[in-house]
Design a protein around this ligand. Structure first.
Ligand code: ADP
Ligand code: MG
Length: 665
């Protein structure tokens, strides 16, 4: 129970059924159809252990309309007693046509008398774990519901009109009367569900807004933006000028950095919108005053690419850039750590190795996380702990190419400030996306040859097959082979997650330098890789990728001024969602539109990423459907925090208990 988070009475009361079983009526055996989940009642005519071929208990019951066989592969002496010949039993399970006639395998059953009453309400089926029996949980929840304090916490005047009371809603959801429409319970549209969803969203809004308030009480170094400082020098040295959107977000970040309160800002911008340079300019503000910055990327490839780019921009201006990843060991690592600890290294770039315990910064002023949704809860909590070590907390800038839909921005990410780069640098030609069946693979290979002949470069991405990294690799290796044969005069590379990092880096370097024309890869290139001369992206088994993942991958091309193409190769048959995704990809290049459709097709999982796992934060509300409720909860949360902080605290405690910490990760 503790593992399920069921500790207090209120936790039990808020543990709501997944579905219900109808034990309020008896179905005549003759009326059972295949696949029916039903309850029947009859007299036992036969009960014996048989070998057919496995040892099993086979029972025949009869209700006057017909006969039904019950089969138990696992059984105890108790079974034979209750199911003894001549006894009356009530049985529920799934009916199906068996070898000897109609049967139920492993039904639940109980002995009854002629006058044992039927259930008055539907029987709840609760989410549980393998080791916690449903019957035990059911009893625990029922008594928890009795004991729990279900009084209204939020004053009625503040609640949206027309909501059910919490007590009525909970009692109903645990034990609905048989006349209810099961559909409205299942799709959570029933008024009782509306009340629960509102409560949940309110708790979630409150805890996010509280986190924000708490942060506002922390102290951070306040920087000054100097005329003629590092930021200006960097701007002047860049080979391009910023887009208006980039200028705007740099300004927003600069304002935060000048305040003595830790920044907690998400920078979102579509793939290719130029977030890296914004990160560099932000870092320049901190470094100009002698503070250090850390930039973390989710993969070594990406971290290395950032490192090269930042070295190119910053070292000429006198900034030392250090490079730190898990694979860097021995003397080189010790030297690097010493440079970080002494403060000599102004900027430290790397993977999450950057926040490991042994890394000590002299004066960390700003931490930047690229592709923040790729980092897990554990890593984010570690980062928070790291950032909260000193008297002054560093500023935090998170970057993501997966735009957060509005509802999510208001809920799960309500504690963040958001800056958005909403335009691409000039001179980019939109990517054309084509969808091909695998049957036309040869055409796709011809297209590659064409593209290479024109001096362009090509990515070919093979899918991640989750169950088997080996299969995954075979797939990529086979494709690599095929392309090597089709393009005998060109260098065709292979990149996958299990290569040693030095080898990965060598392959990436050849591709970046333009010597390697075609790069076959598993999804390791998914995030952030930047090779402007690449103009064709082929994604094999595109139907296996999520929508935002496809969009990320597609964003690897269209980075230069040449017209780029993305070819999505699928293998029939396509599932309806698979079809929806490929259609969405072909129809739009706009990351925000993609994010909106993704939310529609799949729900919010992808955006939440790790934030969701380990944090049971939205069990009931569905952000794609409940936008109106989100707005109401937001309004009430704001009022409560401003006028009734005690009530706010009570409500959060009721809903989240000790789990609130997680939500801040
Ligand atoms: P992302 O937002 O996907 O991280 P990057 O920061 O990798 O994008 O930028 C994509 C490419 O665009 C890089 O080659 C970068 O140098 C270039 N770039 C960024 N800003 C501009 C700009 N204002 N004008 C021209 N090119 C730019
Ligand atoms: Mg990037």
């Amino acid at each position: 129970m503790e593992k399920l988070g069921l500790v207090r009475d209120i936790d039990l009361a808020l543990h709501l059924p997944l579905r219900y079983e109808d034990e309020t009526r008896i179905t005549p055996i003759a009326a059972l159809r295949d696949g029916d989940n039903a309850q029947v009642e009859g007299i036992v005519r036969d009960c014996e252990i048989q070998f057919r071929p496995r040892r099993q208990l086979v029972v025949k019951i009869d209700d006057g309309t017909d006969e039904l066989w019950l089969r138990f592969l696992n059984f105890y002496p108790n079974h034979q007693k209750t199911l003894g010949v001549g006894r009356r039993v009530r049985v529920r399970g799934e009916a199906r046509g068996g070898f000897f006639g109609r049967e139920m395998v492993h039904p639940s059953f109980k002995g009854v008398d002629d006058d044992t009453p039927l259930a008055a309400a539907l029987t709840p089926v609760y989410p549980t774990s393998a080791t916690l029996p449903q019957a035990y949980l059911r009893k625990a929840v029922a008594s928890g519901l009795q004991r729990a304090d279900l009084s209204e916490i939020v004053p009625a005047a503040l609640l949206p009109a027309g909501l059910m009371s919490l007590r009525d809603a909970l009692r109903f959801l645990h034990h609905p009367t048989p006349d209810v429409s099961l559909a409205t319970l299942e799709d959570h549209s029933h008024p009782a569900w509306q009340r629960l969803k509102f409560e949940e969203l309110l708790a979630q809004q409150l805890s996010q807004l509280q986190a924000k308030q708490e942060r506002a009480l922390q102290q951070a170094p306040a920087f000054t933006v100097h005329a003629g400082g590092l930021q200006e020098k960097l701007l002047a040295a860049l080979p391009f000028s910023l887009t208006p959107a980039q200028r705007r977000v740099v300004e927003e970040i600069a304002l935060d950095l000048q305040r003595p309160v830790p920044m907690h800002r998400l920078l979102q911008g579509d793939v290719g919108s130029g977030k890296t340079v914004v990160a560099a300019l932000s870092a320049a503000i901190a470094m100009n005053e002698g503070w250090q910055c850390a930039l973390m990327a989710p993969t070594e490839i990406l971290a290395e690419q950032h490192f090269r780019k930042l070295v190119g921009w910053l070292e000429p201006l006198g900034v030392q850039v250090a490079w730190l990843t898990g694979s860097r060991k021995g003397k080189a690592r010790r030297e690097m750590l010493a440079r970080v600890a002494s403060g000599e290294a102004g900027l430290v770039v790397g993977t999450h190795a950057v926040i490991q315990g042994e890394v000590e910064f002299a004066r960390l002023g700003l931490a930047i996380i690229d592709e923040q949704h790729r980092f897990g809860v554990a890593q984010r909590l570690a980062l928070r702990a790291k950032l909260q070590q000193g008297a002054l907390e560093p500023h935090l800038l998170m970057m993501s190419a997966t735009p957060i839909p509005r509802t999510l921005a208001m809920t799960v990410f309500a504690d963040l400030d958001v800056s958005t780069i909403d335009e691409l640098p000039p001179g980019r030609t939109p990517i054309v996306t084509k969808v091909f069946s695998d049957a036309r693979r040869d055409n796709v290979i011809l297209t590659i040859a064409d593209e290479v002949a024109r001096g362009r470069q090509v990515y070919w991405v093979c899918p991640l097959i989750e169950e088997s990294e080996t299969l995954d690799l075979q797939n990529a290796t086979a494709t690599h082979q095929q392309l090597c044969e089709a393009l005998p005069d060109e260098m065709v590379g292979l990149l996958h997650g299990r290569m040693p990092s030095a080898e990965k880096a060598a392959v990436m370097a050849l591709f970046t330098a333009g010597q390697m024309k075609v790069l076959v890869s598993t999804t390791v290139i998914e995030v952030g890789v930047d090779v402007p001369n690449a103009s064709l992206m082929v994604i094999e088994h595109a139907e296996r990728f999520g929508l935002s993942q496809l969009h990320q991958l597609r964003g690897r091309v269209g980075r230069g001024s040449v017209a780029s193409v993305c070819v999505l190769v699928y293998t029939a048959p396509l599932s309806p969602t698979g079809k929806d995704r490929l259609r969405a990809m072909a129809e739009t290049n706009d990351g925000f539109e993609i994010a909106r459709r993704d939310l529609e097709i799949r729900g919010p999982g992808e955006f939440l990423g790790a934030r969701q796992s380990g944090a049971p934060l939205l069990r009931f509300a569905d952000l794609a459907l409940d936008e109106a409720l989100v707005h109401r909860a937001r309004a009430v949360a704001t009022t409560l925090l401003a006028q009734h902080p005690r009530i706010a605290e009570q409500h959060v405690l009721r809903w989240l208990g000790g789990k609130a910490e997680y939500l801040k990760a």
